[in-house]
Write a protein of this length. Structure first.
Length: 72
């Protein structure tokens, strides 16, 4: 699981200024890379793996909500 903070004027971007679209593209790209690496490692070990990418302001809320939704 990975959690992305919603875009805001305080969003962390490599450039000093970036648009919502650029931020979302970078955040989604990073999440996809990270989750693909985890899934590949799990699959190589013969372990089933479901990946989840959530956008939420507070990471702990995303973790709790996702765990509840997946009956974890």
């Amino acid at each position: 699981m990975t959690v992305t903070e919603p875009f805001s004027v305080f969003a962390r971007c490599p450039e000093l200024e970036c648009t919502r679209g650029e931020y979302e593209k970078q955040a989604n790209g990073y999440a996809e890379q990270t989750l693909a690496a985890v899934a590949d490692t799990a699959n190589s070990a013969g372990v089933s793996c479901e990946t989840v990418h959530v956008e939420r302001e507070h990471v702990y809320e995303a973790i709790i909500d996702t765990a509840t939704a997946h009956a974890c």
